[in-house]
Design a protein around this ligand. Structure first.
Ligand code: OMP
Length: 281
């Protein structure tokens, strides 16, 4: 197999072709019940297959949330492997939402699990936490680079509890979140058309003009739909960086299942709202 182009390059092309929407695959127990499925591995598989069938051939990114699969043990993880494979085969990029973060030596093993091209769970990108120190992510940065993959580093998360860590001021007067963004900008310097090392920045956060979001990398923006933000909020939150935003919607789309046409229609509506708010090109 020929080596993959860098994640940032592949993502930019996918966003240009399909629009920037990322649909989350979050098989909450409550959603399985709403879809008339059992809260077991069979229900999990049915749910995930349905989402992939509905949207993997039309949205740029799918983001499976690993915890919802892990809770079923090894059989759930096997479903996650198939979900990743099938979503990628249908042309979507897969961001594995596992929010890993550890000291450098064990971070390397987490990176091997998701970012090595021969790993059963190889994904185009992985969500990671920098809160053991940004430098602890170095093995993941290096492995991602070697394998054409990317990272989304939690910078300014969508949940209200994040502020006590992310807004905390360092001795140099900069906030912790701003420092994470600065590290990412350095990682992506000179990369065209887009760097592979993204930040997670909640769409729920209001005006972020005091932060430099211009990291030359993608900004994964959860919070639209169930958490109260809307596509119309994106320009005010992200300013000039809005062109690099990958808005994530999970429950806002998933609640329309299990009907494939209804899932597609919901994803299309969100994609249209995003296009209207952000503009194309
Ligand atoms: O990394 C993430 O994906 C993430 C970061 C964050 O700050 N906030 C956040 O909601 N997420 C994830 O994004 C998804 C949001 O789901 P909905 O609120 O259902 O759209 C969930 O899978 C969350 O775990």
């Amino acid at each position: 197999m020929s080596p993959l182009e860098p994640f940032g390059t592949r993502l930019r092309h996918a966003m240009d072709e399909r629009g920037p929407l990322c649909v989350g695959i979050d098989p909450h127990a409550s959603l399985l019940a709403e879809w008339g499925l059992n809260d077991d591995v069979t229900g999990l598989e049915r749910f995930s297959r349905t989402v992939v069938e509905a949207v993997a051939d039309r949205v740029a990114v799918l983001k499976p949330q690993s915890a919802f699969f892990e809770r079923f043990g090894s059989r759930g993880v096997a479903v996650l492997e198939r979900t990743v494979r099938e979503a990628r085969a249908a042309g979507a990029l897969v961001v594995m939402d596992a929010k890993r973060g550890d000291i450098g030596s064990t971070m390397a093993a987490y990176a091997e699990s998701f970012l090595h091209k021969d790993a059963p769970l190889f994904s185009d990108a992985l969500t990671v936490s920098p809160y053991l120190g940004y430098g602890s992510l170095k093995p993941a940065v290096e492995l991602a680079r070697d394998n054409g993959a990317g990272l989304f580093v939690l910078a300014l998360t969508s949940n209200p509890e994040g502020a006590e860590v992310q807004h905390a001021l360092r001795p140099d007067g900069r906030s912790v979140g701003a420092t994470v963004l600065a590290h990412l900008a350095a990682e992506n310097a000179g990369q065209r058309p887009l760097g592979s090392f993204g930040a997670v920045v909640g769409a729920t956060l209001g005006d972020l003009s005091s932060y430099d979001l211009d990291i030359n990398g993608p900004l994964l923006a959860p919070g639209i739909g169930a958490q109260g933000a809307s596509a119309a909020d994106l320009p005010a939150v992200f300013g000039g960086a809005v062109r690099n935003v990958v808005p994530n919607v999970s429950r806002g789309v998933l609640r329309h299942g299990p009907d494939i046409a209804a899932l597609r229609e919901s994803a299309r509506r969100f994609a249209d709202e995003i296009r209207a708010a952000v503009g194309s090109g």
